[in-house]
Design a protein around this ligand. Structure first.
Ligand code: ATP
Length: 582
């Protein structure tokens, strides 16, 4: 991971935010190549999920919204992580991010220093197995001094009071992973970043930077539906910034406080509506054909379909072989969710979530309908017509099936019978609040995943016997920030330079290219390999026709991963490269 972080900085992919002022926790900036990489991933998502489909529309909503949205969605009350505070340093850590540790617990009644400073706090800390008592004390003094500021004087002059050896512990999760200080009780910590809208900055002006892009889609569902002549099933996709005051941002950009999400809310009919229209709801089984959506699909097949679609997307950007799936168990699931699968990816620090795909029922739209008192129902003529053909017995059978399902619920309150009957009454008239399948991906995590997957290092010994580490990013051509490097063989031959400039100008209009005439051609290839450029084009004397007219206006096209070099006519170059990089 350190090597990737260092390459990212050295070659302009990712920098620490505000670095000249010591950084800004959990926030990152993308440099010239990172910006291109992200843009390519963003376009890949946008094109696959919206433009190339007939049934998904795009949205670009604002980051700031009426805070009532966050109340209705549950974020104000429940969007919290449990966090614990270090008793030595007040540093916070997410309760579920503390790995078990072994060692001996040491206790102090406080500390003093020759400056007259005094700290009356009983603290304990973990001396890790293998840590020498003297280096432990030194570490504790340094931590206390850091926290106390200048008044405590020099760390080495701090006296730790009444040292006691308490206990040996094994597998304890009660000590801060970095400082070793004992952790306090777990307390919920809301992850939303608060801000004030308007100049008075009173409590009445409080709103939040959105912690996800999804809620704007729900809040604008009716507008999109009414203005776009679409029918359920259809989706609304959005890409945009999200903010979470993560207790412990970590693993480079993986867990940041400011990040970008790419979310789709795909609205579907409730299963009961599908059953009324199609006479049945298709059941999912292993190997089911998911290639074309069918009218008799209920939530389960739609959910499986989106897992399949998203998997294909990741295959298309070179991540196909590093994915794993975690199907949340009934115990993991939120009470309203029917299923949720996390698409996990192998990162250098472990296999972690890249995207979540949840079947959320009608929870979100219904919550906004209740809170805003604005109907989120849609009217479905086909449903009304089909329902009109049902006998009373058939209708009652549907109601009874639903009542039995409500009674069998193990989470959340079952819907009372009058509410179930009222819901069916609306349904039989063709009206319902759509259900939703939500594939929700993180752009920054995706960028990190492709960088990590692409990174490779090999040792090479040159002609003089000198060892050199060769770094190559095997980025998929679709996502690579630079698609082609254009090189005149020599920079002091004006004819070569002129022709290379011509090729560069030709390609540049269609893809991001890099022109380089300095250093040996091998060096120039290596520089581009290091940033993942999949193709190199070299203009040499053959290109000028010096070896005969048949090679005039041809170039050498080098392929990064195979090292293969082929002779290509300049007039064929664009046609050959465009399909490979887009
Ligand atoms: P985690 O369990 O890792 O905190 P989550 O389940 O809370 O993630 P979701 O709310 O489902 O995440 O968000 C959807 C996606 O947004 C995630 O799969 C991830 O790719 C991205 N994401 C969420 N939080 C962050 C973050 N702090 N930094 C970067 N990306 C994030």
């Amino acid at each position: 991971m350190e090597k990737i972080v260092s390459l990212c900085k050295r070659r302009g992919f990712i920098y620490q935010s505000s670095e000249i002022y010591g950084g800004c926790g959990g926030v990152w900036d993308y440099g010239p190549l990172g910006a291109e990489l992200k843009r390519n991933l963003r376009s890949a998502w946008w094109n696959t999920m919206t433009r190339e489909r007939e049934d998904v529309l795009g949205l670009d909503a604002s980051i700031l919204m009426n805070p009532a949205i966050w109340k209705a969605s549950g974020h104000v009350d429940t969007f919290a992580d449990l966090m614990r505070e270090c008793s030595l340093t007040n540093k916070r850590v997410r309760a579920d991010h503390v790995d078990p540790q072994d060692g001996v617990v040491m206790k102090y009644s406080g500390a003093t220093s020759p400056t007259g400073w005094r700290w009356d706090r009983v603290v304990s800390a973990l001396m890790k197995n293998g840590e020498h008592i003297e280096s432990f004390r030194k570490r504790i003094r340094a931590l206390i001094a850091q926290n106390a500021g200048e008044s405590a004087g020099k760390p080495e002059e701090i006296e730790l009071l009444n040292e006691e050896k308490i206990d040996a512990v094994n597998g304890s999760v009660d000590f801060h992973p970095e400082t070793g200080g004992a952790l306090g009780e777990a307390r919920p910590f809301n992850l939303m970043l608060k801000t004030y809208l308007g100049p008075t900055a009173t409590e009445a002006d409080v709103t939040y930077l959105r912690p996800e892009t999804a809620q704007a889609i729900f809040a604008q569902f009716k507008n999109v539906f009414d203005s776009s002549r679409v029918k359920v099933p259809f989706g609304i996709g959005q890409i945009g910034k999200a903010f979470r005051n993560e207790v412990t941002p970590k693993n480079f950009t993986f867990r940041s406080r400011e990040f970008e999400q790419m979310e789709l809310e795909f609205f579907i009919k409730p299963d009961e509506a599908v059953e009324i229209i199609s006479g049945e709801v298709a059941a999912w089984s292993e190997g089911a054909d998911l290639s074309e959506p069918q009218p008799n699909w209920g939530w389960e097949l739609w959910h499986r379909y989106w897992v399949d679609q998203r998997t294909k997307f990741y295959q298309g950007i070179g991540l196909g072989d590093v994915l794993e799936y975690y199907w949340q168990t009934p115990a993991d699931l939120a009470h309203y969710a029917r299923a949720c699968v996390d698409i996990l990816c192998e990162f250098p620090f472990g296999t972690e979530e890249l995207e979540g795909i949840a079947a959320r029922g009608d929870f979100d739209l219904s919550a906004h309908q209740t809170a805003s008192t604005k109907s989120q129902e849609i009217f479905d003529e086909e449903l009304k017509t089909a329902a009109a053909k049902l006998t009373d017995e058939q209708k009652e059978a549907l109601i009874q099936k639903r009542l039995a399902a409500e009674a069998a619920k193990t989470k959340g309150e079952p819907l009372p019978e009058p509410a179930v009957r009222a819901w069916f009454e609306r349904l039989f008239k063709g009206s319902y609040v759509p259900h939703v399948i939500e594939p929700s991906a993180g752009l920054d995590r995706m960028a990190l995943a492709v960088l990590a997957k692409a990174f490779s290092e090999t040792e090479k010994v040159d002609e003089k016997g000198k060892k050199e580490i060769i770094t190559v990013l095997h980025l998929h051509p679709r996502v690579a920030p630079i698609k082609v490097g254009v090189f005149p063989l020599l920079k002091n031959k004006p004819e070569l330079v002129a022709k290379a400039r011509e090729v560069y100008a030709l390609l540049k209009k269609h893809m991001n290219c890099f022109y380089d005439e300095t250093a040996s051609i091998g060096r120039r290839y290596a520089r581009q390999d290091e940033v993942g450029t999949p193709f190199g084009v070299t203009i040499d004397f053959d290109s000028l026709g010096e070896k005969g007219p048949e090679l005039l206006d041809t170039v050498t096209l080098r392929h990064r991963d195979s090292g293969e070099q082929e002779r290509v006519k300049i007039s064929d170059l664009l046609g050959k490269l465009l399909p490979l990089v887009s």
